[in-house]
Design a protein around this ligand. Structure first.
Ligand SMILES: *Cc1c(COP(=O)(O)O)cnc(C)c1O
Length: 226
Protein backbone atom coordinates (compact mmCIF):
# COMPACT_ATOMS: atom_id res chain seq x y z
CA UNK A 1 0.00 0.00 0.00
CA UNK A 2 1.46 3.39 -0.93
CA UNK A 3 0.90 6.66 0.83
CA UNK A 4 -1.67 7.91 -1.67
CA UNK A 5 -3.76 4.75 -1.35
CA UNK A 6 -3.59 4.84 2.45
CA UNK A 7 -4.75 8.44 2.52
CA UNK A 8 -7.57 7.66 0.09
CA UNK A 9 -8.70 4.62 2.09
CA UNK A 10 -8.66 6.55 5.34
CA UNK A 11 -10.45 9.55 3.79
CA UNK A 12 -13.20 7.25 2.50
CA UNK A 13 -13.72 5.66 5.90
CA UNK A 14 -13.72 9.03 7.67
CA UNK A 15 -16.20 10.49 5.17
CA UNK A 16 -18.57 7.57 5.70
CA UNK A 17 -18.16 7.73 9.49
CA UNK A 18 -18.89 11.46 9.43
CA UNK A 19 -22.01 10.92 7.34
CA UNK A 20 -23.29 8.19 9.61
CA UNK A 21 -22.49 9.82 12.94
CA UNK A 22 -23.88 13.26 12.03
CA UNK A 23 -27.23 11.60 11.30
CA UNK A 24 -27.33 10.80 15.01
CA UNK A 25 -25.79 13.96 16.45
CA UNK A 26 -22.82 16.30 16.14
CA UNK A 27 -21.90 15.05 19.58
CA UNK A 28 -21.93 11.39 18.63
CA UNK A 29 -18.19 10.72 18.38
CA UNK A 30 -17.01 7.49 16.77
CA UNK A 31 -13.55 6.11 17.36
CA UNK A 32 -11.92 4.27 14.46
CA UNK A 33 -9.67 1.28 15.16
CA UNK A 34 -7.57 0.18 12.19
CA UNK A 35 -7.38 -3.60 12.24
CA UNK A 36 -3.88 -4.41 11.06
CA UNK A 37 -4.04 -8.21 11.27
CA UNK A 38 -3.73 -8.66 7.49
CA UNK A 39 -0.99 -6.08 7.14
CA UNK A 40 2.68 -5.32 7.51
CA UNK A 41 4.43 -2.89 9.84
CA UNK A 42 5.14 -0.71 6.80
CA UNK A 43 1.41 -0.44 6.00
CA UNK A 44 0.57 0.47 9.59
CA UNK A 45 3.24 3.16 9.49
CA UNK A 46 1.84 4.62 6.26
CA UNK A 47 -1.66 4.75 7.74
CA UNK A 48 -0.27 6.29 10.91
CA UNK A 49 1.33 9.00 8.81
CA UNK A 50 -2.01 9.53 7.06
CA UNK A 51 -3.51 10.25 10.50
CA UNK A 52 -4.75 6.95 11.93
CA UNK A 53 -3.65 6.51 15.55
CA UNK A 54 -5.37 3.42 16.97
CA UNK A 55 -4.80 -0.11 15.68
CA UNK A 56 -5.98 -3.57 16.67
CA UNK A 57 -4.57 -7.08 16.40
CA UNK A 58 -6.29 -10.40 17.09
CA UNK A 59 -3.34 -12.57 18.10
CA UNK A 60 -1.09 -11.90 21.08
CA UNK A 61 2.04 -12.89 19.15
CA UNK A 62 1.16 -10.60 16.23
CA UNK A 63 0.38 -7.74 18.60
CA UNK A 64 3.78 -8.18 20.23
CA UNK A 65 5.57 -8.18 16.86
CA UNK A 66 3.74 -5.11 15.60
CA UNK A 67 4.27 -3.22 18.87
CA UNK A 68 7.97 -4.00 18.85
CA UNK A 69 8.38 -3.22 15.16
CA UNK A 70 6.59 0.12 15.49
CA UNK A 71 7.61 1.15 19.00
CA UNK A 72 8.89 4.55 17.84
CA UNK A 73 5.30 5.57 17.01
CA UNK A 74 2.83 6.55 19.79
CA UNK A 75 0.19 4.13 18.51
CA UNK A 76 -2.74 3.11 20.70
CA UNK A 77 -2.95 -0.70 20.51
CA UNK A 78 -6.12 -2.75 20.98
CA UNK A 79 -6.43 -6.49 21.37
CA UNK A 80 -9.51 -7.80 19.55
CA UNK A 81 -9.07 -11.58 19.27
CA UNK A 82 -9.84 -14.67 21.29
CA UNK A 83 -7.54 -14.75 24.30
CA UNK A 84 -6.11 -18.13 25.25
CA UNK A 85 -5.48 -18.48 28.96
CA UNK A 86 -1.84 -19.42 28.41
CA UNK A 87 -1.31 -16.09 26.61
CA UNK A 88 -2.73 -13.88 29.35
CA UNK A 89 0.62 -13.05 30.94
CA UNK A 90 2.13 -12.15 27.56
CA UNK A 91 -0.79 -9.84 26.83
CA UNK A 92 -0.54 -8.14 30.23
CA UNK A 93 3.14 -7.45 29.63
CA UNK A 94 2.29 -5.74 26.33
CA UNK A 95 -0.03 -3.37 28.21
CA UNK A 96 -2.54 -2.74 25.40
CA UNK A 97 -4.83 0.30 25.61
CA UNK A 98 -7.94 -1.88 25.48
CA UNK A 99 -8.73 -5.59 25.42
CA UNK A 100 -11.96 -5.68 23.42
CA UNK A 101 -12.54 -9.40 23.56
CA UNK A 102 -13.12 -10.46 27.14
CA UNK A 103 -15.57 -13.25 26.30
CA UNK A 104 -16.50 -14.97 29.59
CA UNK A 105 -16.57 -14.52 33.34
CA UNK A 106 -14.12 -17.39 33.59
CA UNK A 107 -11.58 -15.58 31.39
CA UNK A 108 -12.14 -12.35 33.32
CA UNK A 109 -11.43 -14.11 36.64
CA UNK A 110 -8.24 -15.61 35.23
CA UNK A 111 -7.12 -12.28 33.77
CA UNK A 112 -7.88 -10.51 37.04
CA UNK A 113 -5.86 -13.06 39.01
CA UNK A 114 -2.84 -12.59 36.76
CA UNK A 115 -3.20 -8.80 36.84
CA UNK A 116 -3.31 -8.91 40.63
CA UNK A 117 -0.15 -11.01 40.76
CA UNK A 118 1.64 -8.41 38.63
CA UNK A 119 0.03 -5.50 40.45
CA UNK A 120 -1.37 -4.11 37.19
CA UNK A 121 -4.69 -3.00 35.77
CA UNK A 122 -6.02 -3.23 32.22
CA UNK A 123 -9.04 -1.78 30.44
CA UNK A 124 -11.39 -4.19 28.70
CA UNK A 125 -14.71 -4.60 26.91
CA UNK A 126 -17.03 -7.56 27.41
CA UNK A 127 -17.65 -9.34 24.12
CA UNK A 128 -21.28 -10.17 23.40
CA UNK A 129 -22.35 -12.84 20.93
CA UNK A 130 -25.34 -10.82 19.82
CA UNK A 131 -25.88 -12.84 16.64
CA UNK A 132 -26.01 -16.15 18.54
CA UNK A 133 -23.45 -17.67 16.19
CA UNK A 134 -21.62 -20.87 17.23
CA UNK A 135 -18.48 -19.67 15.47
CA UNK A 136 -18.27 -16.56 17.61
CA UNK A 137 -17.14 -16.12 21.16
CA UNK A 138 -18.78 -13.89 23.70
CA UNK A 139 -21.48 -14.05 26.31
CA UNK A 140 -25.07 -14.44 25.17
CA UNK A 141 -27.22 -11.29 25.27
CA UNK A 142 -29.48 -12.63 28.02
CA UNK A 143 -26.45 -13.19 30.28
CA UNK A 144 -24.56 -10.01 29.42
CA UNK A 145 -25.81 -7.69 32.18
CA UNK A 146 -25.25 -10.25 34.89
CA UNK A 147 -21.76 -11.19 33.67
CA UNK A 148 -20.81 -7.51 33.32
CA UNK A 149 -21.88 -6.81 36.90
CA UNK A 150 -20.06 -9.90 38.16
CA UNK A 151 -16.83 -8.72 36.52
CA UNK A 152 -17.29 -5.26 38.06
CA UNK A 153 -17.74 -6.88 41.44
CA UNK A 154 -15.13 -9.65 41.31
CA UNK A 155 -12.37 -8.23 39.11
CA UNK A 156 -11.03 -4.96 40.57
CA UNK A 157 -7.94 -5.08 38.32
CA UNK A 158 -10.03 -5.05 35.16
CA UNK A 159 -11.32 -1.61 34.22
CA UNK A 160 -14.50 -2.43 32.31
CA UNK A 161 -15.32 0.21 29.71
CA UNK A 162 -18.20 -1.27 27.77
CA UNK A 163 -18.96 -3.98 25.26
CA UNK A 164 -17.87 -5.28 21.88
CA UNK A 165 -19.77 -7.34 19.34
CA UNK A 166 -19.36 -8.64 15.81
CA UNK A 167 -22.41 -8.19 13.57
CA UNK A 168 -24.27 -11.22 12.25
CA UNK A 169 -22.33 -12.94 9.47
CA UNK A 170 -25.13 -12.90 6.89
CA UNK A 171 -26.13 -10.96 3.77
CA UNK A 172 -29.54 -9.91 5.07
CA UNK A 173 -29.13 -6.40 6.40
CA UNK A 174 -32.20 -6.75 8.62
CA UNK A 175 -30.57 -9.58 10.55
CA UNK A 176 -27.29 -7.67 10.91
CA UNK A 177 -29.24 -4.67 12.16
CA UNK A 178 -31.05 -6.83 14.72
CA UNK A 179 -27.71 -7.99 16.12
CA UNK A 180 -26.50 -4.38 16.40
CA UNK A 181 -29.73 -3.30 18.07
CA UNK A 182 -29.40 -6.13 20.57
CA UNK A 183 -25.87 -4.96 21.39
CA UNK A 184 -26.89 -1.30 21.68
CA UNK A 185 -29.73 -2.17 24.05
CA UNK A 186 -27.31 -3.98 26.35
CA UNK A 187 -24.89 -1.04 26.12
CA UNK A 188 -27.63 1.44 27.11
CA UNK A 189 -28.41 -0.66 30.16
CA UNK A 190 -24.73 -0.68 31.12
CA UNK A 191 -24.11 3.06 30.79
CA UNK A 192 -25.27 3.60 34.41
CA UNK A 193 -22.60 1.05 35.35
CA UNK A 194 -19.85 3.02 33.63
CA UNK A 195 -19.91 1.65 30.08
CA UNK A 196 -18.31 4.11 27.64
CA UNK A 197 -17.77 2.11 24.46
CA UNK A 198 -20.15 0.23 22.26
CA UNK A 199 -17.66 -1.32 19.82
CA UNK A 200 -19.45 -2.68 16.76
CA UNK A 201 -19.06 -2.39 13.01
CA UNK A 202 -16.40 -3.68 10.63
CA UNK A 203 -15.52 -2.94 6.97
CA UNK A 204 -18.77 -4.28 5.54
CA UNK A 205 -21.21 -2.90 8.09
CA UNK A 206 -19.79 0.04 10.04
CA UNK A 207 -22.23 2.63 8.68
CA UNK A 208 -25.15 0.46 9.77
CA UNK A 209 -23.47 -0.12 13.13
CA UNK A 210 -23.08 3.64 13.69
CA UNK A 211 -26.72 4.18 12.71
CA UNK A 212 -27.56 1.67 15.45
CA UNK A 213 -25.46 3.58 18.01
CA UNK A 214 -21.91 2.26 17.74
CA UNK A 215 -19.22 4.64 19.01
CA UNK A 216 -16.21 2.49 18.13
CA UNK A 217 -15.64 0.68 14.83
CA UNK A 218 -12.95 -1.84 13.87
CA UNK A 219 -12.04 -1.63 10.21
CA UNK A 220 -9.43 -3.81 8.54
CA UNK A 221 -9.80 -4.81 4.91
CA UNK A 222 -11.29 -1.54 3.68
CA UNK A 223 -8.56 0.52 5.31
CA UNK A 224 -5.65 -1.64 4.20
CA UNK A 225 -6.81 -2.40 0.64
CA UNK A 226 -4.39 -1.78 -2.24
C1 LIG B 1 -10.69 -8.87 11.59
C2 LIG B 1 -11.56 -8.22 12.56
C3 LIG B 1 -12.13 -6.97 12.28
C4 LIG B 1 -11.95 -6.23 10.96
O1 LIG B 1 -12.56 -6.91 9.91
P1 LIG B 1 -12.72 -6.24 8.46
O2 LIG B 1 -13.93 -6.91 7.90
O3 LIG B 1 -11.48 -6.57 7.71
O4 LIG B 1 -12.91 -4.79 8.64
C5 LIG B 1 -12.92 -6.38 13.26
N1 LIG B 1 -13.14 -6.99 14.45
C6 LIG B 1 -12.61 -8.18 14.76
C7 LIG B 1 -12.89 -8.78 16.09
C8 LIG B 1 -11.81 -8.84 13.82
O5 LIG B 1 -11.29 -10.03 14.13
Amino acid sequence: MNKQTATKNLDEVITKVEGARLKISEHHIVKIIGVSKYSTDADVKILYEAGQRAFGENKVQDLKQKMEGLDELPIEWHFIGTLQKNKINNLIDLNPTLIQSLDSLDLALELNKKLEAKNKKLSALLQINSAYEDTKSGVLPENALEVYKQILKLCPNIILKGIMSIGAHVQDEKIIKESFKTTKKIYDELVPFGAKYCSMGMSSDFELAIACGSNMIRVGSTLFKD
